[in-house]
Design a protein around this ligand. Sequence first.
Ligand code: 13P
Length: 235
Amino acid sequence: MKIIAGNWKMNGTAAQLDEMIAAVSNVATRARVILCVPYTLLRAGNANIMIAAQNVSKFDAGAHTGDVSAAQVRATGATATLVGHSEARAALGDTNADVAMRAQNAINNDLMPIICVGETDTERDLGTGADVVRRGVRESVPQNAKNGEFIIAYEPRWAIGRGITPSAPQIMDMHKIIRETLDEMGFDNTPVLYGASVTAQNVRDIINIKNVDGVLVGGASLKKQDFIPIIENAE
Ligand code: 13P
């Protein structure tokens, strides 16, 4: 089963989410659809769509103004969360170890973490992209995680939000590296999503690349006229 995840980033209202949930619920698809929304919109999903947060705290509770815990996210009815998204890593200064703490808190609270890893354009140009991604997986997955408890999303940071799509061989190479790393770690049941500049036009080609189990969609997940065709074309 393929996974189609949308990431609304800092966009959207409750009315727009109502509309999107209704639209997704009307699509006959075998894909699992997940929508990552701002904290203010979190709620329970339904059989057709999982609702997810975009991050959770490293901490359980206490004096952390502005932060939101995994338990608080789970209490809204949401069932998943991004952790380590490149924008959040940049804004919060997260290391892989920080991301692993967030992912562990998600797992502890019955949320499925979607752990994001990816290389910058500088790292790619220096030829260290593969190492950064390998280390990203090794260090951002919590020590005690079990097979099936998390999802990985590969986001080439040089492509996100820029309308740039890596070539199919570039995507295939990186997904192979991630798959091999997960296998070495004993996780043979972990979906790996691709996430940058996915559209209704390119989703079919991307999702059929070896070791791509789904996509993480930013800009094109905001409007139903863009997102619904992505779900339809992902079969
Ligand atoms: P775009 O699809 O807008 O490139 O964003 C990708 C992303 O950040 C998904 O989380």
